[in-house]
Design a protein around this ligand. Sequence first.
Ligand code: H2U
Ligand code: ZN
Length: 362
Amino acid sequence: MVTIHRGELMRMDIFNLKEHPHRRYNPLTREWILVSPHRAERPWRGQVQEQPRKERPPYDPTCYLCPGNERAGGVRNPVYTNTFVFDNDFPALLPNTPNGLAGKEELLIAESERGICRVICFSPRHDLTLAEMDRADIRKVVHVWIEQYLELGALPSIRYVQIFENKGEMMGCSNPHPHGQIWASQTIPQEPAKECVSLTDYWYTKGSCLLCNYLALEEDRQERIVCQDAHFLALVPFWAIWPFETILISRRHVASLDGLNHLERVSLADLLKRLTTRYDNLFETSFPYSMGFHQQPTDGQEYPEWHLHVHFYPPLLRSATVRKFMVGYEMLASPQRDLSPEATAKRLRALSETHYKSRCKR
Ligand code: H2U
Ligand code: ZN
């Protein structure tokens, strides 16, 4: 059968992921996403603005994260030379909130939440990002992430340590100085909790790891892989929501950052540089994203089913300024994408791993 659809002829008789609208299942969150590949070429009337390239100085006297500068509340940063960690001056979670439940009504449930929020400066240099930092310096960031995970995770009141980076104004990041955050909480937050249920269920019903099996499938297909080495693999997941979303997965079945051996830590730093460089090269801009680690909870229980991974959720769609919005159908019904994960993986795969800024300098 041939159907006329928006002026185009489409073969509708054999279902095909490249052409036909379909739903994809995310086995980690157990949620569905609508994929509409036939819309990928639809006309775009939105404005495409050229973004002026803003060069930043290596030190900014007005930046609250630069070495030696004053933060809100009057605390002064040390003149740090590598990484620097401090307790967030405006923490979303407090360590001494009284424990308790509020409301006796079944439909009005609330409970207190304790935690600790920290900020990690990745580098003393105001003008760098992970993509532009030296590999040796990114290794220091990996080291701090591991230290923090262990230190905060060892506290009896902390059951989950969420390490993340919000990058770019588009993501609501308040400062371009390279930095990330940690929110360590008394309960396991929603997103890792969803993954926890799926990983545990899969482990005990199938007797193997969901992500180990997924990696094997992706290696077999080769369609969605972006870059890889002997220890880590970056790919656009089959169920990606954001156009250029990726997931970075350790090849070995390791439950948390501290389980990585020396070579794997070096590899993680290297893959972070390679992937973020590809991202910057995509639209020759400092590519905005939210990224973060998902790893085993720190509540003292054993989690043999957990498999360390990093999610990258970038909002950009077709240029340095045109982003994907999660509105309308996405808010009310289900996430949706036009460009297929296979198409965006192909684009990311084709990009250079030499940062565009260093290419221009030559
Ligand atoms: P974001 O740019 O990703 O929002 O991270 C900056 C964090 O830094 C933010 O959580 C904190 C904010 O609360 N901050 C301080 O701790 N001290 C300051 O002087 C300003 C901002
Ligand atoms: Zn700075």
